[in-house]
Design a protein around this ligand. Structure first.
Ligand code: ADP
Length: 248
């Protein structure tokens, strides 16, 4: 049963000079699920994300990934273990083509693969993998286009492709729908569902219809504390959740 939980935070707390931004949060993310972290502005969602990937060090609490205590490890070490935050490696190079951006991401030293790609046959494999990833995120028609010329929604897909290049077991997506037009939202939602078929996704997202549609489990934070947790149908009926959303 424990094996079913890929990420577990216990008693996660973060204080900034006496102000408690995240207070004693317990979080259990099921393997191969889409788990959303929601809450009004200032609820502590970003701080939580930063704690889980150790861009911030918790004041107290423990974090376990795949049963291993990762509290205190560096963001790079955590990424190497397979827990990757999207923007962490999604520095898209604007003047490189979509194809070259993905090729660069595939060659990142994170997986110690520099030697690996040196022979011609390995370069063929690199190109094949880049093309497969580009196709998987729906960017095949744009493969030769510089990233800077991509429509905004397609850039988000490229960011996801460069993240997937690291073969993460679990992806943390920070507001994947922010700034997207309606048709892009549908496409990225489909992509997230596809990505989650053999991985785990934890996302902070404000768009409630996306959250309702995609998430298996929702954790609601308010004023740094966990207010409710469960599937959308349950969580959305919670009086305090309604109050937290309407009352801010
Ligand atoms: P959310 O992402 O849910 O909007 P945040 O995690 O960004 O919330 O912030 C939670 C609270 O912690 C807010 O009141 C915010 O002002 C505070 N906070 C966040 N980061 C810092 C910081 N580096 N120093 C002081 N206060 C912070």
């Amino acid at each position: 049963m424990q094996n079913d939980i890929i990420l577990e935070a216990t008693g996660l707390t973060k204080e900034f000079l006496g102000f408690v931004a995240v207070k004693d949060v317990n979080l259990r993310v099921r393997r191969h699920s889409i788990h959303a972290l929601i809450g009004p502005n200032g609820a502590g969602k970003t701080t939580c994300f930063n704690l889980l990937t150790h861009f911030l060090v918790p004041t107290s609490g423990r974090i376990r990934f795949n049963g291993v205590d990762i509290t205190g490890r560096s963001p790079a070490a955590i990424a190497r273990m397979g827990l990757v935050r999207s923007f962490q490696i999604s520095a898209v190079f604007p003047h490189l083509t979509v194809r070259d951006n993905v090729r660069v991401a595939l060659q990142r030293p994170l997986r110690n693969s520099f030697q690996f790609w040196r022979s011609d046959s390995m370069l063929d494999r690199l190109n094949d993998r880049a093309l497969a990833l580009i196709e998987a995120v729906g960017l095949a028609p744009y493969a030769g286009l510089p990233a800077v010329e991509l429509p905004y929604g397609r850039k988000r897909a490229l960011e996801i492709a460069t993240t997937l290049a690291l073969e993460p077991e679990m992806l943390l997506l920070d507001e994947p729908m922010a700034g997207l037009a309606h048709e892009d939202i549908d496409r990225i939602a489909q992509l997230i569902r596809k990505v989650a078929a053999d991985r785990t996704v934890l996302m902070v997202e404000h768009n409630m219809s996306v959250v309702a549609d995609l998430s298996d489990t929702i954790t609601v934070l308010a004023r740094g504390e966990k207010l409710a947790e469960g599937p959308y149908a349950e969580v959305s009926k919670h009086p305090q959740v309604i109050e937290a959303y309407v009352g801010t």
